[in-house]
Design a protein around this ligand. Structure first.
Ligand code: NAD
Ligand code: COI
Length: 331
């Protein structure tokens, strides 16, 4: 049995090597992104482990079939970028890692909320751009405990975020298309999405990208939000209309945004050894705004998460190659 792991970063290598040694399985790794050309490298391997936010296309799965590869094990949660019917049609079984560390993403959302609530971007801008180091009225912030936090999506990450926001004393209202039947009473579900938009000081998005939430956050929604509100998106870029967000931030429809995921992320994002300069005009625009914290889809990135992503994804691959049903099968 032998596996190939794509999109590897240097911080993953010790975990991959240890897993291979502990399980007596040959595991080759490469920093290459998986695509139509690079899939040829997988010829002769029993399965692929991968982590990327660009599309896994129908053509790619046709190549899997041609190369006799039946198993793709994702090291991440989201499956919105996969042509699942094409995978099925080409006999490819897929697993993900649904809970490698929900707390990692939840903490990141809280960190972004604190950064923006305490105006750290304005402090950085004064020092980095003007080389000035003194008090400013622009730095007056707000306590999280004074704020109402609207959490959209009360799954693994949303629930972890609620716990952290509650710990800081926030009032939490939540929305989920499929609400939990039993909650621990630490939060209440809002009557509607409109209530979330209108009453929240901070909105934190924790749902998957689906066809029905494409550009859910658009001009009409920003108009409904408080002009003091902060939007945090650590979920998927397609949920927020970037042009409308930039307009809302510049016109004062909302006060700030924490953007870990932006629509149309490029293949370069996954290349941890890249020295290419970013050329996305929206990223460059937001990078200069003191009321925005924009990060390269890195909310997941903690040592706990990386270890679990490797161990669980390679474990899923081993289970599948052994002809057993893994618990993380994606249907
Ligand atoms: P989860 O499946 O545990 O929870 C998602 C919740 O969203 C569910 O309760 C579901 O009912 C709800 N939901 C689905 N569609 C909805 C809709 N249209 N409106 C409202 N609620 C809806 O998933 P999770 O582990 O909490 O992850 C959530 C998302 O976070 C993932 O799908 C992924 O896109 C993103 N994510 C980002 C990072 C990062 O590094 N930035 C890391 C991991 C996951
Ligand atoms: C996920 O796990 O879904 C993420 O968004 C993390 C990313 C490295 C793909």
């Amino acid at each position: 049995m032998k596996f190939i792991v794509y999109n590897v970063r240097d911080d993953e290598i010790p975990f991959i090597e240890k897993w291979g040694k502990d399980h007596g399985i040959e595991v080759k790794y490469t920093t290459t992104t998986l695509n139509q050309e690079t899939v040829e490298e997988a010829a002769g391997f029993d399965g692929i482990s991968c982590l990327q936010t660009i599309q896994y296309s129908a053509e790619l799965f046709e190549s899997f079939k041609r190369l006799g590869i039946k198993y793709l094990s994702l090291r991440n949660v989201g499956v919105d970028n996969i042509d699942l019917p094409a995978a099925k049609a080409n006999g490819v079984k897929i697993t993900n890692v649904p809970a490698y560390s929900p707390e990692s993403i939840a903490e990141f959302a809280v960190m972004m909320s604190l950064y923006l609530s305490r105006k750290v971007g304005y402090m950085r801008q004064q020092l980095d751009q003007k080389h000035e180091f003194h008090f400013s009225p622009n730095f007056m912030g707000r306590l999280i405990s004074e704020q109402t936090v609207g959490v959209i999506g009360t799954g693994r990450i949303g629930q972890a975020a609620i716990k952290l926001f509650k710990g800081l004393g926030a009032k939490v209202i939540a929305y989920d298309k499929y609400p939990l039947k039993n909650t621990d009473n630490s939060f209440v579900y809002a009557k509607s999405l409109e209530q979330i938009y209108q009453e929240s000081d901070i909105i934190s998005i924790h749902m998957p990208a689906t066809d029905d939430n494409y550009h859910q956050f658009n001009h009409e929604v920003f108009e409904q939000m408080k002009d003091t509100a902060i939007l945090i998106n650590t979920a998927r870029g397609s949920i927020v209309d970037t042009d409308d967000l930039i307009f809302a931030l510049q016109s004062g429809e909302i006060a700030g945004a924490g953007i870990d995921t932006i629509e149309n992320e490029s293949a370069d994002l996954q290349d941890s050894r890249s020295t290419k300069k970013v050329n996305d005009p929206d990223v460059l625009k937001m990078a200069l705004m003191p009321n925005v914290l924009i990060t390269p889809h890195s909310a997941f990135h903690t040592s706990e998460a990386v270890k679990n992503m490797i161990d669980i994804s390679l474990g899923n691959l081993e289970t599948m190659v052994n002809g057993k049903t893994p618990k993380d099968l994606v249907d």
